[in-house]
Design a protein around this ligand. Structure first.
Ligand SMILES: CC(C)(COP(=O)(O)OP(=O)(O)OC[C@H]1O[C@@H](n2cnc3c(N)ncnc32)[C@H](O)[C@@H]1OP(=O)(O)O)[C@@H](O)C(=O)NCCC(=O)NCCS
Length: 285
């Protein structure tokens, strides 16, 4: 079976995706998917990419997401063995293998990177952590213990995903934008970023901050409330420092009972003190 060129891959993937269940058992569909998987791992194509002309400054490549979904459709359950250990998963998504030449340090202890994820040189993966298919993790990023990089999530350069940070996956619908964490962001311990939220360059999420489509973010510095709209995801501005806060419920029983609900708050924009607080332990890298 001829291996398709990258320039032709989009049309081929779109065709096999549109074929629905008829693609199952079609060798050409599997070859196309495997070419896409390799192209993603090599950083040649990605589920979403920077695009200055797009309203969010990110363009979703729906066909790449279609290809990733195609991989699930085509994958039969398959046994994978590693020494005494054995696993059963979709044959199309085995564990990625690295050599010293890849320049990725993968410390043993329950971490895995699924095939179809791009992991750049200089990335450090502390156990246990998981990077799902379609994700992009750029140079110099630290993926700390218990961190999750969900499917198609786009993680920039020199990002610190702290312990137990959860970056949600967005596979469907195929045109939905994935979660994006831009360059030099610190995602503190136990944070959760979900449903296509975009965290701009240099922002800091203090430990325990949760962002979803439905979470309004209160910017004390600029006096604005940031929300997702029908067309745009929640976007955290460049260099914002977001901490987990709360706001009073001002109506009904909630007010009567003196309740408050969770509210992320931008308390400041990155300054020298923030830079000091977020300095990474270079020696550990
Ligand atoms: C956000 C963070 C980086 C601090 O940044 P900073 O620029 O040094 O912040 P400052 O100390 O100047 O604080 C600014 C304001 O935010 C408040 N604040 C800071 N961190 C906060 C937090 N985590 N929760 C709530 N409020 C916080 C401060 O009290 C201060 O408010 P005030 O002026 O009313 O007292 C730090 O709190 C943090 O969360 N670091 C990440 C820790 C982590 O997860 N490490 C992972 C290791 S694996």
């Amino acid at each position: 079976m001829a291996i398709p060129k990258i320039s032709q891959l989009q049309k081929i993937i779109e065709r096999h995706f549109a074929a629905g269940p008829a693609a199952i058992g079609d060798e050409a569909a599997l070859t196309a998917f495997l070419s896409l998987r390799t192209a993603i791992e090599n950083g040649e194509v990605r589920a979403a990419e920077p695009d200055a002309s797009a309203p969010t400054r990110w363009r979703v490549n729906a066909w790449v997401k279609q290809g990733i979904l195609l991989g699930f459709r085509l994958g039969v359950l398959h046994e994978f063995a590693a020494g005494e250990l054995n696993f059963v998963d979709k044959k199309t998504y085995p564990v990625r293998r690295f050599t010293a030449n890849d320049g990725v340090r993968l410390v043993p202890g329950g971490s895995s990177v699924r095939a179809g994820a791009y992991v750049a040189r200089g990335v450090v993966c502390m156990p246990p952590m998981y990077i799902n298919a379609g994700a992009w993790v750029d140079e110099g990023t630290m993926v700390d213990s218990h961190a999750l990089v969900g499917s198609c999530a786009q993680i920039g350069k020199h990002v610190h995903l702290s312990a137990a940070a959860q970056i949600g996956g967005v596979l469907e619908p195929v045109n939905a934008s994935p979660v994006v964490i831009e360059d030099d962001v610190l995602v503190g311990g136990n944070c959760g970023v979900y449903e296509g939220a975009i965290v701009r360059k240099g922002a800091v999420l203090a430990a325990g901050t949760i962002l979803t489509r439905g979470t309004p973010v209160y910017d004390l510095v600029r006096g604005e409330v940031l929300r997702a709209t029908d067309d745009l995801p929640l976007m955290i501005p460049e260099n914002a420092v977001v901490v987990p806060g709360s706001r009073a419920v001002t109506k009904g029983k909630g007010q009567e009972w003196g309740l408050s609900v969770y509210a992320p708050v931008i308390v400041k924009y990155r300054d020298d003190k923030t830079n000091l607080s977020t300095t990474l332990e270079e020696l550990l890298r």
